[in-house]
Write a protein that binds this ligand. Sequence first.
Ligand code: AKG
Ligand code: FE2
Length: 576
Amino acid sequence: GTTRFGWRPLTNVTPEEIEKGRNLPDSPPVATSTYHLTELLQQEVQVVTRLRELADELMTAHQACRSNYTHLYLTSWDELERGGARSAEFVYHPLHAYALTKHLSLRWPPLQEATRRLHNHSHHIEWILGREASAVRELDMLAAGVARLHDYYSLNLTALTQSNLISLLSSQPIPITIPVSVSDLNYIGSRAAAANIWNSGVDFLGVALKLSLENTSLQQPHSSDTLEPQHQLATMFNRTVQMHDQLLERKGRRSKYHSAHPLPINTTLAKKRKYHKRVKEKWEEAVVLGRAGTQLQGIEQSMTLCRGHDIRPVNITSHLYCRYINNGSPLYLIGPLRMEVVSLVPYIVTLQGVVTSREAQDIKVTSSAFLEASSTVRFNGGKEISYQRTSSTYSRRCRLQASRSPTIWIWIFGAFAEIVHRAWLYEHNNNHLKQLTTRIETLLGVSAQEHVSAEAYQVVNYGAGGHYTVHHDTLTVPYLAHLRIATFLVYLSDVPQGGWTVFPWLGVGVAPKQGSALLWYNVNRAGVKDERVYHAACPVLFGDKWVINKWLHYGGQTLKVPCLPDSQSHIALPLN
Ligand SMILES: O=C(O)CCC(=O)C(=O)O
Ligand SMILES: [Fe+2]
């Protein structure tokens, strides 16, 4: 669907435009795209090698400033490297992605700024001035991502400070190799509040304050990590608690744009009868299935499904089945596909082994090139934002490491929107796509030709914390022909933890499995939007999630899907 970040659906974008730029306006930041972080890591290895070669010259040059920025930068990198930054899976971890982005966005600008002040620098270090830092905005998005993960999966914050990631999703801790400092907890808590995830804000700031009061000597990974004085932490915490309670009082526990704890933090407020009544009501609130309920119920049910719970009664689940299909096609006679019906009405199925792991890999590589191409624009945008946001902390006297004091009273709704990385792919872009189209056509008995009866393929890469809130795939389109009758989504990667696709009004949750497809119909035969197939992509807790979408259009299917203007009847494509 469309998002507040404003990328436009393909129907409104001409193929020429896509070919030209591949970049849709106002793309989201790249921080949560694992692909992009991996790219940045590779660049970083080269940057560090060069910095080491030039360290002597830089150190002499920077002597005028009181800190040695080259040394600070390299120490910061060394810590990442000791934490395994050179392994491919490093950025699958949300806190490692955070640590890397922190290094790139907060540690580079002071080094660059100090270098900029040199009058007689040699041409060897000229490139330092030209290298663009990651935007601080991206660090903010990642911090908000960690906060969101806490909101969805209840991260154990005590374990987190002891270098273990434990959540509701698994009892098996995932080690955190870069220690989380008090100032990190503070930063994440502040960004959580700024992103309107007030429950996480209170929790993170609370732990930060508690630790600093206990005077726990949590490892401070960088000397440039300015320790917030306790009273500052306390003020921040108290203001956040106040805002949390006010918001809960006025807007309730949760909406599309905010979240809070079920009860006020203030104990006097928490005694109010309305909260106890509300909590009790909440318990008794029935699960809504088979029809659309309120927005709040949709969010709550999505979150329950994201945690892997089943909310359907046995009389529904007992009718689900799985079987092997070939759809009468020679393509699948020898090796039929395993089809699992995950919802009977409306009909939703998964199909295993639609693409091989080699094909998945190849498609990811192709789309990476396009993701990369479009990142240039984002980088420039990022640069602007980064400079804007940090410029006030660059004092003339080389006190460059001054911490950004996060402004937590800005309301950023972005954290509740989609945070992903997308690329459109045409069949000529990758050898496997034509074949995939043939498979879709064979399996569904429909036409899936790009420009005629379907959109181009859309590849999506989520990183740690990346998600897509509850939405419907049908768009408001001027022509019936462009109506997205069905969505055929193929998972191009496994996701170790999180990242499910969930349908809150159906109680359906599907775990990504590389090569598997998920198919559902968005409209009925009369072209009326089916309200029951609202869906969401759960935040990725650990992993690198890739999917490829094929949206089938109403136009071009006339012979295959006869139009019966009966809003009750569903499009039953030959798959059951
Ligand atoms: O990635 C997913 O699980 C769902 C993606 C989706 O719903 C979309 O791209 O429209
Ligand atoms: Fe969708």
